[in-house]
Design a binder for this molecule. Sequence first.
Ligand code: DQA
Length: 145
Amino acid sequence: ASVLVLNGPNLGRLGSREPDVYGSQDLVTLEQQLTTAAAGRASIDLRQTNDEAELISWLYEAVDSNTPVILNPAAFTHYSYALRDAAALVTKAGIPLIEVHISNPHARETFRHTSVISGIASGVIAGFGFGSYRLALMALLEPEG
Ligand code: DQA
């Protein structure tokens, strides 16, 4: 089984982007960490795009292939109803979709306090750095805890 780990705009710059907020590790490191954490139980398909349309097409792919999703929608979190509607297709199909954030958006600027995604996500994990993704992966692989 594989897990789609989808990352939205500006997350391709992890490592050099605001390291005080997002840490100094990049997406290649994240993919390695998740592959190790999955330990042969799942393959990790990690992707990043700045393009809303591409992110939406990947959510359709998750629906069509019945693949669980870990989604960091980045700034789209706060305003993209199009992304929300596409993410809802995933969870309404009974496929888990976990919203993750590296930082804790609730501890930051007011505009980050709203997520248009959370209401249709299976669950939300924020504030643990790359650990947010590992916790989401754990929730997918070990839903009984
Ligand atoms: C983020 C939080 C968002 O507010 C921000 O726009 C991002 C990253 C996070 O992972 O902490 O790009 O989703």
